[in-house]
Ligand binder design. Structure first.
Ligand SMILES: Cc1ncc(COP(=O)(O)O)c(C=O)c1O
Length: 507
């Protein structure tokens, strides 16, 4: 035990706990020292090593004991006081509070083994239960993952984004108030989007035409909710992005599925559908269609705009995968053409930077955006506006542009590599080389059922999709998107080697 002369306590010599050990400080830790002290004090109170009513050493004494500045001890005591762990007794010092803040809730009912079971016992409106589950729960993370087409976040400027985020989080914490409603997104990012979308895809817009959402998915949901009611008709590709279809179905809309071939949606079929039904919305994925990766040809783009004028329907243009092109320059979006306010344009940084960056956007006429913001407020008051601000800075200072150039080059090499590897599996896997994007649409021979292939691959440390959920309305479920961007060439070669072994062994 330390004994200490303590003037704060009327010159008494008090028996001291071994504070130097109990409050050990790690000067290398990123956590500030005052917080380390405060947290350590809380821990020793919780462990019962120090009881309510015990006096803590004076700030000078503790500073001396721990060999730190007195101001740091004062900050630690301030923190403990703010959290109600200590009381300050005038002219005496800091005392462990008699009523500790760690209150446990009082029981008012009979204890049960578990508070929740499987079922809600009152009726509710369930989601479609027909959706097959794509795979068994993952018990062990596989060594290699062939995903659906995600970016390689190791190439992305995430360190810069984090640094900007940290600085802005500190400023925001100091400010303690938010400038008006942020449900449409951070003003800085909305502003940055205006110039970014003009430069990258010829969109001539102003801030009031922009809205930032939590990924493209939220934009699809909001746009569809404002455009469709039960019984309305929406044209989608066959196949199409299954989570967009689910949104339309949830709203009670009737889906009209038109074929998708090597040039995208079949516009003759669109015209036929419009002659037969009052069509309210057409949902299109113009670049690297999900799941087949085909790109809508310029002729069909013009025809689609003409049909939307003639039959007066809205177009939801989901351009989730615009950024990565390898063989030619991308086509400008429908939204940059003469559409007279009929196109709702949707994009996402979750696909171009990292899937964890949940920032998407919607571009639409100003009145639609105002309504969209009202709707978003009902489910989400605002996104992560600090992250949105940070991203805006990276867009404006060119970091995002530089990264995209680098990623395009790396993904081009990765695409070449996977195409060469898959050639060796011809007959088992059929595919066409996509002009861009991050995935190959791989059609497996029927003798190699994907569910079995995926299980056998999983046993060897490789995850691939079992070919179900993601391609909802495919007649032939034995196809998957093979993402080639997220793994480097060495990793992909190792993954394909496992896949080859699985395919060449008897399944
Ligand atoms: C075609 C398509 N649209 C939209 C989304 C949703 O994107 P986000 O992750 O930005 O919500 C996805 C996600 O995979 C997609 O494939």
């Amino acid at each position: 035990m330390d004994y200490l002369y303590c003037p704060d306590l009327k010159n008494r010599v008090v028996q001291m706990l071994p504070f130097t050990t109990l409050l050990s400080i790690d000067k290398e830790s990123p956590q500030p020292i005052y917080l380390q002290i405060a947290n350590n004090v809380v821990n020793i109170i919780r462990e019962g090593q120090i009881k309510p009513g015990t006096m803590l050493p004076g700030t000078r004494e503790l500073a001396k004991l721990l060999n730190i500045h007195r101001k740091t001890v004062i900050a630690a005591y301030d923190e403990l006081y703010a959290q109600s762990w200590i009381d300050v007794i005038p002219r005496k010092g800091a005392m462990i509070a008699q009523n500790l803040p760690d209150l446990k809730p009082q029981r008012w009912n009979e204890p049960r083994l578990s508070s929740y079971g499987e079922f809600l016992t009152v009726p509710f409106y369930p989601m479609d239960t027909q959706t097959p589950v794509s795979s068994a729960p993952v018990l062990r993370l596989p060594e290699f993952i062939i995903d659906e087409g995600y970016p390689d976040s190791r190439l992305a400027p995430l360190d810069l984004l984090n640094r900007e985020y940290r600085n802005r989080a500190k400023q925001a914490a100091a400010r303690k108030w938010l400038p008006g409603t942020l449900a449409g997104g951070s003003p800085l990012l909305r502003e940055a989007l205006v110039s970014y979308l003009l430069e990258s895809r010829g969109l001539n817009i102003q801030t009031q035409h922009t809205m930032v959402t939590h990924g493209a998915q939220m934009s699809i949901y909001i746009a569809a909710s404002l455009l469709l009611q039960a019984g309305d008709h929406v044209i989608v590709g066959d196949p199409s992005y299954f989570l967009a279809n689910k949104v339309f179905e949830k709203l009670g809309a009737r889906l009209i599925k038109v074929p998708v071939d090597a040039h995208g949606m079949d516009m003759d079929a669109v015209e036929q559908a419009c002659k037969k039904h009052k069509v309210n919305v057409l949902y299109v994925i113009p670049h690297h269609h999900h799941p087949t990766t085909v790109t809508l040809s310029p002729e069909r783009r013009m025809r689609l705009l003409e049909l939307s004028r003639r039959f007066d329907f809205a177009i939801i243009e989901d351009d989730y995968d615009y950024e990565f092109h390898y063989s030619s320059a991308p086509y400008l979006p429908l939204a940059s053409g003469q559409h007279e306010g009929r196109v709702i344009y949707i994009g996402s940084f979750s696909k171009s930077i990292a899937s964890s960056v949940r920032i998407g956007f919607m571009i639409a006429p100003a009145d639609f955006i105002r309504q969209a913001i009202q709707l978003r407020l009902m489910i989400d008051l605002r996104g992560d506006h600090i992250l949105e601000d940070a991203l805006a800075v990276l867009i404006q200072n060119g970091d995002v542009g530089r990264y995209l150039k680098k990623a395009n080059k790396a993904y081009f090499d990765r695409l070449n590599n996977i195409c060469t590897s898959l050639q060796e599996l011809k007959g088992i896997i059929d595919f066409e080389r996509p002009s861009g994007g991050m995935a190959i649409w791989a059609r497996f021979n029927k003798d190699y059922p994907l569910a079995k292939v995926a299980d056998a691959a999983a046993a060897k440390g490789l995850y691939i999709s079992r070919g179900f959920q993601s391609h909802g309305n495919l007649r032939d479920g034995n196809s998957i998107r093979m993402g080639f961007a997220a793994m480097n060439i060495g990793e992909m070669n190792a993954a394909i080697e496992i896949l080859s072994k699985v395919l060449k062994a008897k399944i």
